[in-house]
Write a protein that binds this ligand. Structure first.
Ligand code: ADP
Length: 372
C-alpha cells in the first residue's frame, strides 16, 4: 500500500507535444482516484508515467516516500490493467495469472495460493484451464484484473479497463471494481473518458483538459461546485445548459437578464452569489443543470421572478424521467422532469429555474464567479 505524489510533472513528446503540463497531485494511500477528461487530454500519459512505461520530461514522482523517476516499471510495485486486457493467447487463464509471478521466481505453492485466491475473489475459478479465446469480454477483463491482483501491488493502475465491454456488463464490472477496491484496500488510479464512470467510481476525481488539471475533488463537489465552465459541462449528463446573460441592477434588485427573460437573484448579498455584484452591467455565462429546471405546479406556484417561457422541440420519455429539449430565445436548453409530465412536443410551457442551483462563469476566463 502506498501514496502517490506527482510534483510539477510534465510530459513533452518529440520536443513539441505538451501532453501533460505541470501536474501536481497527491493521492492518499488506499484512495480510489479517477482521471477523467476528453480524448487526448493526457490521462493515459499520466498513468503510463506512474507505471514507468513513459519517461517523465520534468518533475518528480514519488510512490510512498520513494522518488521513482528512474526506477524500472518492474521495481515500482504497481500493476496496470489495460483496455485490451493483453492476455497471452497460448496460455491458460491460470498460466496467464501465474506468469508474472514465475518471472519473479516466486515459489510454486505461493503462486498457486495467490492465483486461487484471486480467482475466487473474481469468480473465475471455473475458467482457470481455459485459453483466452474461449472467454467472453467480461471474463477476459476479470482475468486481466486477476493477473494484477496476484502481484499484490502497492498501487493499481487501470486504463479504460471497461471500454471494450457492452453497456450492461460495463455497469456490472463498475460495481465489481468498486468492491474489489474495498476488499483489497489498495491505492487505485483509474483512467476513463466517461464521466458517469468517474462519478460512480472515484472517491476523488481529477478532471483534465489539454494536459492541464482543471479540478480535483469528490464527485459531489465537482458536480455542485465546478471551478470552471469546462468542468461544469463535462461532468453531468445531459450536460449543464449555458446561457449568456447580463447582470443588471433594477432598483436594488439584481437580475440575470437574457433579454426576453430574467431571473431574480434575491439572495445575492448573503449567499454564494455575492461576487456577482462586481459583474453588474457585464455579460456572464449562467449555467443550469437540466434537473434544476422545473415545470411542476409546486415550483411554478412558489416562483418569484424566476419563470421562463420555453418552446418544446422534442420530448424524450425514458421511463423513470423525461427530457425536454426546449428552445428559449433561439438557445437549445435541456430540462429533465418526472415521466408523468403532460408536456408534448410543440407546446409552449413555463418553467421555473431553481435560483439556488444556478452557476455563473466569467465570460472571458470561464472561471466560476460563485463562492462555496
Ligand atoms: P488521453 O489518454 O487523455 O486520451 P493521451 O495521454 O493518450 O491522452 O495523449 C495526450 C496527448 O499526447 C495527445 O495529444 C496525444 O496525441 C499525445 N501523445 C500520446 N502519446 C504520444 C506519443 N507516443 N508520441 C507523440 N504524441 C503522443
Amino acid at each position: 500500500m502506498a501514496s502517490l505524489t506527482l510534483k510539477g510533472i510534465y510530459k513533452v513528446y518529440n520536443g513539441e507535444v505538451k501532453a501533460v503540463n505541470d501536474l501536481n497531485l497527491y493521492i492518499r494511500d488506499k484512495e480510489f482516484v479517477v482521471l477523467v477528461g476528453p480524448s487526448g487530454c493526457g490521462k493515459s500519459t499520466t498513468l503510463r508515467m506512474i507505471a514507468g512505461l513513459e519517461d517523465i520530461t520534468q518533475g518528480e514522482l514519488y510512490i510512498g516516500d520513494r522518488l521513482v523517476n528512474d526506477v524500472a516499471p518492474k521495481d515500482r510495485d504497481i500493476a496496470m490493467v489495460f483496455q485490451n486486457y493483453a492476455l497471452y493467447p497460448h496460455m491458460t487463464v491460470y498460466e496467464n495469472m501465474a506468469f508474472g509471478l514465475k518471472l519473479r521466481k516466486i515459489p510454486k505453492t505461493e503462486i498457486d495460493r495467490r492465483v486461487k485466491e484471486a480467482s475466487k475473489i473474481l469468480d473465475i475459478e471455473h475458467l482457470l484451464a481455459r485459453k483466452p479465446k474461449a472467454l467472453s469480454g467480461g471474463q477476459s477483463q476479470r482475468v486481466a484484473l486477476g493477473r494484477a491482483i496476484v502481484r499484490e501491488p502497492k498501487v493499481f493502475l487501470m486504463d479504460e479497463p471497461l471500454s471494450n465491454l457492452d453497456a450492461k456488463l460495463r455497469v456490472q464490472m463498475r460495481t465489481e471494481i468498486i468492491k474489489l477496491h474495498n476488499r483489497l484496500q489498495t491505492t487505485f488510479v483509474y483512467v476513463t473518458h466517461d464521466q458517469t464512470e468517474a462519478m460512480t467510481m472515484g472517491s476523488r476525481i481529477v478532471v483534465m483538459k489539454d494536459g492541464v488539471m482543471q479540478q480535483v475533488d469528490t464527485p459531489q463537489n465537482l458536480y455542485d461546485y465546478p471551478d470552471n465552465q469546462f468542468v461544469a459541462g463535462f461532468m453531468g449528463s445531459p450536460q449543464m445548459n449555458f446561457i449568456p446573460c447580463m447582470i443588471t441592477d433594477v432598483d436594488g434588485k439584481i437580475y440575470a437578464d437574457f433579454t426576453r427573460g430574467r431571473i431574480l437573484l434575491n439572495d445575492y448579498k448573503k449567499s454564494k452569489f455575492k461576487d456577482l455584484t462586481k459583474y453588474i452591467g457585464r455579460q456572464v455565462i449562467m449555467g443550469i443543470r437540466p434537473e434544476d429546471i422545473h415545470n411542476d405546479e409546486d415550483h411554478i406556484a412558489k416562483a418569484n421572478e424566476n419563470l421562463v417561457k420555453a418552446y418544446v422541440d422534442v420530448v424524450e420519455n425514458l421511463g423513470a424521467y423525461t427530457y425536454f429539449y426546449m428552445n428559449i430565445e433561439g438557445m437549445a436548453i435541456t430540462a429533465m422532469s418526472d415521466s408523468r409530465t403532460q408536456v408534448r412536443c410543440d407546446d409552449t410551457i413555463t418553467v421555473a429555474f431553481d435560483v439556488n442551483r444556478l452557476h455563473f462563469f466569467d465570460y472571458d476566463t470561464e472561471e466560476t464567479i460563485l463562492n462555496r
